[in-house]
Design a protein around this ligand. Structure first.
Ligand code: NDP
Length: 329
């Protein structure tokens, strides 16, 4: 059976040489473990950080070892019988066709539904916690979301709309994504950040300023948002993808001192420290997903062998909504 390993630590952008496919014997579950046949796995921007040999909130991937990350699979063997064979589980050992998972680290779900890896999983929770708890979103706020056509951003913008934002503005990297934000997801305004400076486009989209900025990107976007934030404006610092493949640290926002006079609140967060909010999130957002008021696109790539390309594609913006890899059906 096949797994994908970290072959080399990328300097700058990851390439095909960053990864290697290996054939390994079928793993055997021990006591309290499950053998899981993976069906769908997630690729996520944070995995880029784990390819560097630096200490962070998650340990780095080890060279020559399989990568890991969220996946859904079907239980094919369960020696202790605590999770029935045929159950579907969400767990943390993607990037391989078969995983041996500690039963206590697997969450049983009702179906091999990819939304458990996206809008109804960690991705959606990130959007909810970032907007509601970290940015303290209030009805009537004008909200700007960067990376707005991506997995987290698209959900954050729609939660803001559904909770009564005055205006929701998104930025994304293509005209088609801009169209998607306005026509399909109900954003009030959107722009393509590649076309003109973010600062100018944000000013035009929000002439009266923004109250909340949901930051997935950092860099130029963060600087522009600081310029447009109103007094007591709030920022959820969720990600800084514009810098993930840079070999030197970017300069800080040149206008950061504006945070003093405007009395801004810029606050970072890591979603895994907010798992206690999952029930509230599912109660609030689940119904909108089921009745179609909140839409979550997925971009699905087929085959474990294409997972590296899916991951690199994610960093380049080839996805709309959540980027997933289907391993089997
Ligand atoms: P996305 O689905 O948003 O995919 C990444 C997107 O980033 C791409 O589609 C691309 O879209 C955009 N992008 C890439 N490079 C740039 C750039 N230079 N400038 C602007 N946009 C760029 O991924 P996720 O929704 O999973 O993650 C979004 C962000 O949230 C990431 O920064 C991630 O690290 C962070 N995150 C943080 C968590 C936390 O706990 N704090 C948890 C989960 C995610 P485009 O075509 O628009 O450029």
């Amino acid at each position: 059976v096949r797994e994908i390993r970290l072959a080399a630590r990328p300097q700058g952008w990851p390439t095909a040489e960053t990864f290697e496919m290996a054939d390994v014997p079928m793993p055997e579950p021990g006591p309290g473990q499950l053998l899981v046949r993976n069906l769908v796995m997630s690729v996520d921007p944070y995995m880029r950080g784990r390819m560097n040999d630096v200490k962070s909130y998650t340990p780095p991937f080890a060279l020559g070892e399989p990568l890991d990350g969220a996946a859904i699979g079907e239980v094919v063997s369960s020696p202790a019988g605590n999770v029935p064979v045929g159950s579907f589980v969400v767990h943390g050992l993607g990037w391989r066709e078969y995983a041996v998972v500690d039963a206590g680290r697997a969450r049983v779900v009702d179906a091999a539904d990819s939304s458990y890896l996206g809008v109804l999983g960690m991705t959606g929770l990130t959007a909810y916690v970032g907007l509601v708890d970290i940015a303290q979103f209030r009805e009537g706020d004008t909200v700007f979301v960067s990376g707005a056509a991506g997995a987290v951003g698209s959900v954050a913008g729609q939660i803001a709309r559904l909770r009564g934002a005055k205006r929701v503005i998104g930025s994304a990297g293509s005209d088609e994504k801009v169209r998607h934000l306005i026509d399909d997801l109900g954003f009030d305004a959107a722009f393509n950040y590649r076309e003109a400076p973010v600062r100018k486009q944000l000013r035009a989209a929000a002439p009266d300023g923004i109250d909340v900025y949901f930051d997935n990107v950092g860099g130029e976007h963060l600087e522009a948002a600081i310029g447009s934030l109103t007094k007591y404006g709030r920022v959820a610092m969720c990600g800084a993808i514009a810098g993930y493949n840079e070999t030197s640290a970017p300069a800080g926002p040149r206008n950061l001192a504006l945070a003093i006079g405007k009395e801004l609140n810029l606050r970072g967060f890591i979603v895994s420290n907010h798992n206690r909010r999952m029930p509230d999130f599912l109660a609030d957002v689940g119904p909108w997903v089921r009745d179609g008021r909140l839409r979550a696109r997925e971009t699905i790539v087929d085959g474990l062998e294409n997972a590296p390309a899916a991951f690199i594609g994610l960093l380049k913006g080839e996805n709309t909504g959540k980027m997933l890899v289907r391993l089997a059906s």
